[in-house]
Design a protein around this ligand. Structure first.
Ligand code: URA
Length: 243
């Protein structure tokens, strides 16, 4: 019964204002200009929505701030497992963020890998971010043994053969004699470590420095923060379906 649900819902401009699109007045203008779609239809002024279920897009980008959803950006330290539970009793990432509401990590970093990890209870966004068809870029800085030659860097860029198939082309540069910056858009198990092994330069230290549009050089290891609304919007834009 969408009509009844809508009549009981919140005013669309209120939902948009909460999601960071500006004051209610500004949000009314967005609606009046026909820039807001609700469940695939251009919204009229006065529209009410159930913010939990409505699929709202502004200028084609999904509005993802629904009540109850949280999105944490964590700087994972080494020596922590990316799961919600570890039978071996090792430290786990969910212990580094608030207990409630319960969140889960989006994708995974190895026990010894450091850097940015998203944790959320937003299952839809998490599925999109990890789905290979969206190919979200992840950037890593890898300290490796030895100094990779130009040929080794070229191989990493063009794709190396791993036991589960060749890797896709990647952006790779040598930023210091033993430090590589690699940007990949696949999410295979221990991929960066295996790529570096394959060219003869095992990883000594691995840090993820970017997930799609999310980067934060000032977030200290072991600490987290909420995503800001523009960050969330930009993340959602990266995994938005073609309209
Ligand atoms: N690649 C790896 O090898 N390890 C990670 O944790 C992430 C990417």
């Amino acid at each position: 019964m969408p009509a009844a649900a809508d009549a009981e819902g919140e005013r669309l401009q209120k939902v948009l204002a909460r999601a960071g699109f500006g004051s209610r007045r500004v949000c009314e203008d967005l609606i009046a200009e026909g820039r807001v779609l609700v469940d695939g239809e251009v919204a009229e002024l006065g529209r009410r929505v159930d913010a939990e279920t409505a699929r709202i897009l502004v200028d084609g980008a999904p509005v993802g701030v629904r009540p109850g959803l949280v999105h944490y950006l964590l700087n994972k330290p080494a020596g922590v497992v990316t799961t919600a539970d570890d039978p071996q009793g090792r430290p786990i990432v969910v212990d580094l963020v608030p207990d409630e509401p319960r969140v889960f990590p989006v994708g995974r970093l190895d026990f010894d890998t450091e850097g940015l990890l998203l944790l959320t209870n937003d299952g839809d966004l998490a599925n999109r971010l990890t789905h290979p068809s969206y190919g979200v870029e992840k950037e890593y800085v890898a300290q490796v043994e030895g100094t990779p030659s130009r040929a080794a860097v070229r191989r990493l860029r063009e794709g190396v053969d791993l036991d589960d198939g060749p890797t896709a082309p990647a952006k790779v540069s040598l930023i210091e004699p033993s430090v590589l910056r690699l940007t990949i858009h696949e999410g295979r198990n221990r991929q960066v470590r295996r790529m570096c092994d394959a060219v003869g330069h095992p990883v000594v230290r691995l840090v993820r420095t970017r997930i799609g549009p999310l980067a934060d050089r000032s977030l200290r290891p072991g600490t987290w923060r909420h995503l800001e609304v523009p960050e969330l919007r930009s993340l959602e834009r990266t995994v938005a379906d073609e309209a």
